[in-house]
Design a protein around this ligand. Sequence first.
Ligand SMILES: O=c1[nH]cnc2c(O)cc(-c3ccc(F)cc3)c(-c3ccc(F)cc3)c12
Ligand SMILES: [Mg+2]
Length: 212
Amino acid sequence: MAGEKEHRILEFVKQNAVSGDPQSVVDHIDKYCSQKEWAMNVGDEKGLILDKVFKETNPSLVLELGTYCGYSALRIAQLLKPSARFFTIEINPVNAAVARKMIEFAGLKDKIEILEGSTEHIIPRLRTDYGVVHVDFVFMDHFKDRYLVDTKLLEDCGLLKKGSVLLADNVVYPGAPDFLEYVRTSGCYDCTNYPAHVEYTDQPDALEKGCI
Ligand SMILES: O=c1[nH]cnc2c(O)cc(-c3ccc(F)cc3)c(-c3ccc(F)cc3)c12
Ligand SMILES: [Mg+2]
């Protein structure tokens, strides 16, 4: 049944992590998913790269595509400046429900707005429904075949501006070749590749940063 593993991750966190301590929640998700059941959190190795790139950007408006259980949302929310706004989009209602409970347990529910639905439906409504003018930092970690189309959707909606940063997970494995080709050759992005591994494995992977 979809969502069983995600509920087991949440239960392990609730039984073992410190309520109100986001790092404890992040650490316990990593512990469970590296020792008990693999799951597609960005993980500790790539998470440190996410933290580094995020801190260099210091964004006011943050968008995540693909919440899953809330792991990367917690890493990001810990680094948000007080005035920043953070939206994360999740298409799977079971994942969104687990993420809400995970984030509430960590004590960060006031920092993170989970938008349940498709990026295709929500991105064009960010300005009208949520008052978003520009996005400073986008973490892409959803369906790999949506990376390019959602990048172009963000561009077409006028949500990206000079200084906006895209950071994409899994550009090596499972891979997002059309997205990589576009950001590296369009002339609009200054790209950096961060080699790493698929979370909790020794399978090569990477993050790609594209700065406008
Ligand atoms: O889908 C993903 N979204 C966001 N991040 C992901 C990630 O970090 C890793 C993987 C992943 C899964 C299995 C594997 F052997 C290697 C990598 C996936 C993924 C890919 C295809 C799938 F069919 C289901 C999961 C995702
Ligand atoms: Mg990923």
